[in-house]
Design a protein around this ligand. Structure first.
Ligand code: COA
Length: 141
């Protein structure tokens, strides 16, 4: 499977899953995957995109196709990228999630992440006020 095909699958799943924000294009995914610091875990039904810099891993995005949600795919994908981040030397994992995204916050708490900060007005919304970003962290030490 080529990176371009993978990027196209990611863009399709991302567009189906993210209804509140602008979906990322296949070209944007391909550009991110070009970096040796970035890797993808999962498959077309559920994937995560992760960047590891030195001992810190950052979840760039995660999405499950709405037709396959609540089947444990994201939980498995979180475990898969955690293992791969460890292999790359990560000792801490970080992510940002919108304050109004209860499903994702529940997923991250279930996977051992805890709140470590907040960015006011970080996510722009089309028909509503901006939403704060909740910063979450998990130690791998
Ligand atoms: C968040 C998202 C990735 C979860 O994917 P998923 O494959 O459905 O998640 P899982 O089935 O693995 O769920 C694992 C746990 O997360 C929590 N969870 C997931 N979806 C939930 C929901 N809609 N409501 C409440 N809790 C939820 C639950 O604790 C769940 O465990 P349980 O099913 O045993 O109760 C998916 O809803 C999605 O793609 N959302 C749109 C994109 C998005 O918001 N991405 C995150 C941006 S920060």
């Amino acid at each position: 499977m080529s990176d371009l095909l993978t990027a196209a699958q990611m863009a399709a799943t991302h567009a189906a899953a993210f209804t509140q924000s602008r979906p990322w294009s296949a070209l944007e995914f391909a550009a991110l995957l070009d970096s040796p610091l970035v890797f993808a875990a999962g498959n077309a039904r559920c994937f995560a995109l992760v960047r590891v810099i030195a001992d810190e891993a950052e979840l760039l995005t995660i999405a499950t196709d709405p037709a396959h949600q609540r089947q444990g795919l994201a939980r498995a994908c979180m475990a898969a990228w955690e293992s791969r981040a460890r292999v790359r030397g990560a000792e801490e994992m970080f992510l940002e999630v919108a304050e109004d995204n209860a499903p994702a916050q529940a997923l991250y708490r279930a996977c051992g992440f805890a709140v470590c900060g907040r960015r006011a007005g970080y996510y722009r919304r089309q028909d509503a006020d901006p939403a704060d970003a909740i910063l979450m962290r998990k130690s791998l030490r």
